[in-house]
Design a protein around this ligand. Structure first.
Ligand SMILES: NC(=O)c1ccc[n+]([C@@H]2O[C@H](COP(=O)([O-])OP(=O)(O)OC[C@H]3O[C@@H](n4cnc5c(N)ncnc54)[C@H](OP(=O)(O)O)[C@@H]3O)[C@@H](O)[C@H]2O)c1
Length: 316
């Protein structure tokens, strides 16, 4: 895959979803670049509102777009708010991608997710596994909306020659995560649960599922760095996975989180709760060939994420 060079310096760069975990990491990373950063609060432009999005793009004229706005959540949110997950994510993708095209945006990055790959695809998940099998049913509406966004990027590249690209991050964690008791992802949920157990001297923490599924976790600031690297050097219709290339069982991962939090009680598992996909590890050989590797070790990342949790929940 040939390397290209896209100059970010001096450009008006719009981060859609700047208050989110990924968007705020992109903002932290972008302030180190010589760019004019652009953001807009949801109260001003709801990205599901086509007229508002089109009017904002026509006025603000961003030159570069990172599309990191989405309705995102863990297994419970994905499975129960199924209509919201498909509607919001389809609307955000169609509005922003089309507005970017109409207003001559020079480069756009669409953020997909590893859940666009079939539930039983061969591991590690290669980029060409998309649309080769059935999806994990619990997050199918979200995944279908993300696949539609990916296909829009491909179509706008092929019909209009737009320099739009797709990246597929693995599970992310770090500052700005969502710690909602029901709707959070596994990392934030475990940080919160172990923290509360430590505070209350609980003898046991019960982790959902069997503990045997394997997952990959990437520190969100590493992910933002990868996004900038790809924005500057990658231009092709193919997807690019962003991950560490290493996975860990949920049971071992729970022990890493417990150690970072300082929880010393027992950890047990509740197999009556859903496990989700048995294994989810991205093949990151394309990303490595493009010259990027993750640098934050898991233990260090979780330590930083716990500090951020304490700060963000006013306990630090
Ligand atoms: N978190 C992960 O593990 C992970 C993994 C793979 C891919 N991704 C992808 O990364 C992207 C960002 O995820 P995240 O974890 O950063 O999610 P997040 O923390 O929930 O942030 C989502 C952002 O999108 C904004 N947003 C949602 N709906 C909106 C709307 N209708 N109008 C305007 N803004 C809206 C939110 O605005 P408010 O602040 O106003 O709510 C928030 O800033 C998503 O595309 C997701 O698929 C995330």
């Amino acid at each position: 895959m040939a390397a290209t060079r896209f100059e970010l310096a001096g450009k008006r760069v719009f981060v859609a979803g700047h208050r989110g975990m990924v968007g705020s990491a992109l903002v932290r990373r972008l302030v180190r670049e010589n760019v004019a950063l652009m953001t807009v609060p949801r109260s001003e432009v709801d990205l599901r509102d086509q007229a508002a999005v089109f009017a904002w793009f026509a006025r603000a004229k961003p030159q570069v777009v990172f599309l990191a706005a989405a309705k995102v959540g863990g297994i419970v949110a994905n499975n129960t708010l199924r209509a919201e997950f498909i509607y919001d994510n389809l609307a955000i993708a169609t509005n922003v991608i089309h507005a970017a095209h109409v207003n001559g945006v020079e480069k756009l990055m669409f953020l997909g997710s590893s859940c666009i790959y079939p539930k039983l695809a061969a591991q590690p998940l290669r980029e060409d596994a998309m649309l080769t099998g059935a999806l994990e049913p619990t997050n199918e509406p979200y995944a279908i909306a993300k696949i539609a966004g990916i296909k829009m990027v491909e179509a706008y590249r092929s019909q209009y020659g737009a320099d739009f690209i797709n990246v597929m991050p693995t599970n992310l964690y770090g500052p700005g995560d969502n710690y909602h008791p029901e709707y959070s992802h596994v990392v934030a949920a475990l940080i919160r649960r172990f923290h509360e157990a430590k505070r209350s001297d609980a003898a046991e923490v019960v982790v959902w599922g069997t503990g045997t599924p394997r997952r990959e976790f990437l520190y969100v600031d590493d992910m933002a760095d990868a996004c900038l690297h790809l924005m500057k050097t990658f231009s092709a219709p193919e997807l690019v996975n962003i991950g560490t290339g290493e996975d860990i069982t949920i049971a071992d991962f729970a022990r890493v989180v417990a150690a970072a939090v300082g929880y010393r009680g027992r950890i047990s598992f509740d197999p009556s709760r859903p496990d989700g996909t048995p294994r989810k590890l991205l093949d990151v050989s394309r990303l490595a060939a493009l010259g990027w590797r993750a640098t934050t070790p898991l233990e260090e990342g979780i330590r930083l994420a716990y500090q951020a949790f304490l700060r963000e929940t006013g306990q630090g």
